[in-house]
Design a protein around this ligand. Structure first.
Ligand code: AMP
Length: 198
């Protein structure tokens, strides 16, 4: 699939291990090097700042989408990024989805999880058909994937919806998976109806 723009969700912290920082840099570099535009939360802190600076250094275009409240607290990334200041978190997430052809989560916390799961939820509802992937550095997402697998076994997640998640521990490989991705239109409502007939 043609990918002009990738949205990266990631920690506003750098985490415990230097591996997280180097993976964020590698991902930013890969995105920038390929001439793919990076869309992200706009901050200069944590893995967010690392991915943005690396994409810029590799010659890439970077768009940061920030709600007014965070912008006012001067958390925006420094020079070189195109900053879009939006009203609130809801507008921010909708804007990030609109501007992007796919979504990658690097290690992060609540903010990263909720952004990634929203993009994934919208995919399973057929609101968009853009790839969603996890950059699973140092096994950070192993337990999450295990839990999601359990949710499949317990029949709260439909297996084809679980299988929509692309994952890799290598930035290059994950971006390649995005480029190879064939969009599938999902229809969760259909599955929910089938289940309710059981
Ligand atoms: P967390 O994973 O909880 O650190 O949150 C990071 C995610 O939430 C990022 O992908 C951002 O889009 C958003 N976010 C959280 N904190 C900030 C911040 N200080 N500045 C900009 N965005 C943030």
């Amino acid at each position: 699939m043609k990918i002009n723009s990738i949205c990266v969700y990631c920690g506003s912290s750098t985490g415990r291990l230097p591996d997280y920082t180097s993976a964020a840099r590698k991902l930013g570099e890969e995105i920038g090097r390929r001439g793919i535009r990076l869309v992200y939360g706009g901050a200069g802190v944590g893995l967010m700042g690392e991915v943005a600076r690396a994409a810029l250094a590799a010659g890439g275009q970077v768009v940061g989408v920030m709600p007014e409240a965070l912008f006012a607290r001067k958390l925006a990334c420094a020079d070189g990024i195109e900053l879009r200041v939006v009203k609130d978190m809801h507008e921010r997430k909708a804007t990030m989805v609109e501007l992007s052809d796919g979504f990658i989560a690097l290690p992060g916390g609540f903010g990263t999880f909720e952004e990634f799961f929203e993009a994934l939820t919208w995919q399973q509802l057929g609101i968009h058909a853009k790839p969603c992937g996890l950059l699973n550095i140092h096994g950070y997402f192993d337990e999450l994937l295990k839990f999601l697998d359990y949710a499949v076994a317990e029949m709260f997640i439909h297996k084809p919806h679980y299988d929509m998640i692309l994952a890799s521990n290598e930035p290059k490989e994950l971006v390649a998976k995005f480029l190879d991705y064939t969009p599938v239109i999902m229809d969760k409502a259909h599955w929910v109806k089938e289940m309710s007939r059981r």
